[in-house]
Write a protein that binds this ligand. Structure first.
Ligand SMILES: C[S@@+](CC[C@H](N)C(=O)[O-])C[C@H]1O[C@@H](n2cnc3c(N)ncnc32)[C@H](O)[C@@H]1O
Length: 287
């Protein structure tokens, strides 16, 4: 288990994932009733972008820094507001004081009555997560495997909420793990909202993944993607990630329209050269 999210914190794909997560949390807050956020792969919670990892892999410069330095049109600025509120102030280079991971974004945006369940299997990352989030009675942080915990947590007693499935994609077969997790989760809680992140490196593999998701037979699965275009080869000769996507199962109703406003701007702002590409489409239509 070598994955350290600090190398990727604030990247274009974090921006996509976290901006969308923030929108979902905003919509869940429209009702007074409490809800639960479950993060199956939580990470370290907050990331120091002047730290060693972020210096060696400055993905944040092509991600959150561009967003913070840009002047979006008013409707986009309005949609980004909750996410950027969680990101907080930044310096002249567009570097936030500390970039929030998904747990810190939820902690900022959720209310006293809401609950947050976080799974992080790596002991060092978990320790950092506990330190980053501090004492908060809304939180529970466990070391259990995220997929095992998810099965135990569902359905949450609040009967409202959002699940983030964000594995490190270190091991082959991680995409299959997501399909399996969604299959089990939807059987236990078919009406829950789920967000699953994935890197897209091979179009054919991704098409197979999407077919497998569609074959689950669940309606109302939205596909959101960003492709920032080819970039320089990474420090270790590794092809850098340039395309990533989210599946949003049972998105709050306004999310589709919001994504159709937000994603073109993100693609234009985060894209390299000729500009990036984006996609917002249904894997399976709402019923
Ligand atoms: C992509 S990072 C999470 C980033 C975080 N969700 C965010 O958006 O800020 C994936 C995390 O999953 C952790 N992890 C790996 N295998 C796991 C497992 N089986 N259960 C729970 N966490 C795991 C890794 O240690 C890593 O911190």
């Amino acid at each position: 288990m070598n994955y350290r999210h600090a190398f990727h914190a604030g990247s274009f794909s974090d921006v996509l994932k976290h901006a969308v997560l923030a929108r979902i949390l905003v919509h869940l807050k429209r009702k007074e009733a409490p809800f639960r956020f479950i993060d199956t792969h939580a990470g370290a919670g907050r990331y120091d972008l002047s730290g060693d990892e972020a210096r060696r892999s400055p993905e944040w410069r092509e991600g959150i820094a561009r967003v913070l330095m840009a002047r979006p049109p008013a409707p986009v600025g309005e949609l980004l507001r909750p996410y950027l509120q969680a990101v907080g102030p930044h310096d002249a280079e567009g570097r936030p004081v500390a970039y929030p991971g998904s747990p810190a974004i939820a902690q900022t945006l959720m209310r006293a009555q809401d609950r947050i369940a976080l799974c992080e299997a790596n002991p060092d990352e978990r320790e950092a997560l506990i330190a980053a989030l501090g004492r908060d009675r809304r939180l529970s942080i466990v070391s259990t495997d995220g997929y095992v915990a998810l099965n135990a947590y569902l359905p949450p007693k609040e009967r409202r909420g959002v699940i983030l499935i964000d594995p490190p994609f270190e091991a082959p077969g991680e995409a299959g793990g997501i399909v399996h997790a969604l299959e089990r989760a939807l059987r236990k809680w078919p009406t829950g909202a789920y967000v699953a992140w994935r890197p897209i490196r091979d179009a054919r593999d991704d098409a197979r993944f999407l077919n497998a998701v569609a074959a689950l037979g669940a309606p109302n699965i939205l596909r959101l993607e960003l492709d920032i275009g080819p970039g320089p080869i990474g420090a270790h000769g590794q092809e850098p990630l340039t395309r990533a996507g989210l599946l949003v199962v049972n998105p709050p109703h306004p999310l589709v329209g919001e994504a159709r406003t937000l994603l073109p701007w993100l693609a234009q702002t985060l894209g390299r050269g000729e500009g990036g590409k984006q996609l917002c489409d249904w894997v399976t239509e709402p019923k």
